[in-house]
Design a binder for this molecule. Structure first.
Ligand code: NIG
Ligand code: FE
Length: 419
């Protein structure tokens, strides 16, 4: 499929106009059939939502849409969801990459005051506008591959004022780009230098910032880095208690470099997701299964840190724990801006099937954000979808280093190519 259909007027979000997108091959990711496959399908869009999705032969005979788009047999999928990113930060860590290639480990660099702390220094000196513009450029790169929703964490400000600046920059992305943005407060990402040897005092501060962040509408969820170079389970628990007191859902960077039991702790708080999980134990899996917590696998960080300890994919599968995949875009452990490449790596490195990887960036990614209105193509879902220049969705995980995304519709409105 090489032809690009001629653009026609599409539905404006919120309007009553109906647009029929027809002659498509649909991977709806809904229902019991593999890929939710519909060989010759159509989507009816109205007011930013999908009003009807199914086989073209089942369309109501008297349907009179205001506009019609012939997709000429192209593949259509739900818009992709990158449910774990650290998109807002200053500077980069290319020099640290060189150090690691010379033998220094990620942990050694962090313990020597480099790593996250060096990005904190660069973030604090960046202006609000620089933080926004650099994050927007990164977001646009993700969007070009059919991404319609992202999560963005703070965690490189590490003071009340700078964390709030980062969260505001994330919110501004959602206002100014045709993209849905969910924000996560990650004050408990690393110990800032001014709190050296006073981690418990720092956790007190992080907990004290949350109510104001929440009151300003800056927080959709709360995260922490539970790790030897991050925070202890007891400190993580205090952050979760503060989140819970505000009614905010939690998630956790857990079991990335060692097994501290963070996943079981997070599951105790009904966490939306536990993320990384290379060192996840059977006990952690059982706890996540019991609460329906999503396992968020991050192959970019696994690859970039030369990790060799694989996440327990087969045990997660056996337990029926939903698996999501994300970029974990950040300057230190995963400076990648391609969710398609993450699908490929989830298959090659973690042995997910292409369909599992695709569920991981659609249905299960939506669940990891607590969003029930996206991730599948079905009636009443948001009209967020991508049109691809491949024959079958498995090819989205198969190819890498190419972008077969041809068109993206966000909330019923087709994005301009360079949006
Ligand atoms: O998700 N694990 C902690 N946080 C990031 C890395 C942050 C950094 O190195 O700057 C992650 O991999
Ligand atoms: Fe992360």
């Amino acid at each position: 499929m090489n032809s690009t259909p001629t653009p026609t007027p599409t539905d404006a979000s919120g309007s009553g106009t109906t647009t029929l997108w027809r002659n498509a091959r649909l991977a709806t990711m809904a229902g019991p059939v593999a890929w939710g496959w519909v060989g010759h399908g159509a989507l009816l869009v109205q007011g930013g939502k999908l009003q009807w999705v199914g086989a073209e032969s089942d369309l109501p005979v008297d349907l009179k849409p205001d506009a019609e788009v012939d997709l000429q047999g192209a593949l259509v999928t739900p818009g992709l969801i990158d449910a774990h990113t650290h998109l807002v930060y200053g500077g980069d860590r290319a020099a640290e990459f060189e150090l690691r290639l010379q033998g220094a480990t990620y942990e050694e660099i962090a313990r020597a005051g480099g790593g996250i702390r060096s990005t904190v220094t660069a973030t604090r000196v960046a202006s609000d506008d620089t933080l926004f513009q650099t994050a927007a450029a990164r977001a646009r790169t993700l969007m070009a591959e059919g991404v319609t929703t992202i999560e963005v964490k703070s965690g490189y400000g590490l003071s009340e004022a700078h964390e709030a600046r980062c969260l505001r920059a994330a919110r501004r992305l959602g206002r100014e780009l045709p993209l849905a943005v969910r924000t996560t407060s990650l004050g408990a990402h690393a110990l800032p230098a001014e709190f050296e040897h006073r981690a418990d005092d720092y956790i007190d501060a992080v907990c004290a910032w949350l109510p104001a962040q929440h009151a300003e509408g800056l927080v959709d969820a709360v995260d922490a880095f539970c790790e030897g170079i991050g925070f202890t389970p007891a400190q993580t628990r205090r952050v979760f208690d503060a989140a819970q007191a505000l009614g905010l859902p939690v998630k956790l960077h857990a079991e990335q470099l060692s097994d501290l039991g963070g996943s079981a702790l997070a599951a105790e708080y009904g966490a939306l997701s536990c993320d990384h999980l290379e060192f996840l134990s059977p006990r952690g899996i059982a706890a996540m299964q019991a609460t329906g917590t999503v396992a968020m696998l991050l192959p970019g960080a696994y690859y970039f840190l030369h990790e060799t300890h694989l996440p327990p994919v087969q045990l997660l599968r056996d337990a029926g724990v939903p698996i999501a995949i994300a970029t974990d875009h950040n300057p230190g452990s995963s400076p990648v801006l391609s969710l398609l490449l993450m699908m490929n790596m989830a298959c090659t490195l973690f042995r997910l099937t292409p369909e599992e990887a695709f569920r991981g960036v659609t249905v299960h990614a939506a669940r990891a954000l607590g969003l029930a209105d996206r991730g599948t193509l079905a009636a009443r879902q948001r009209a967020d979808f991508a049109v691809w220049d491949v024959d079958h969705p498995r090819a989205l995980a198969y190819r890498f280093g190419v972008n077969p995304c041809r068109r993206v519709v966000f909330g019923g409105v087709e994005r301009a190519r360079e949006a």
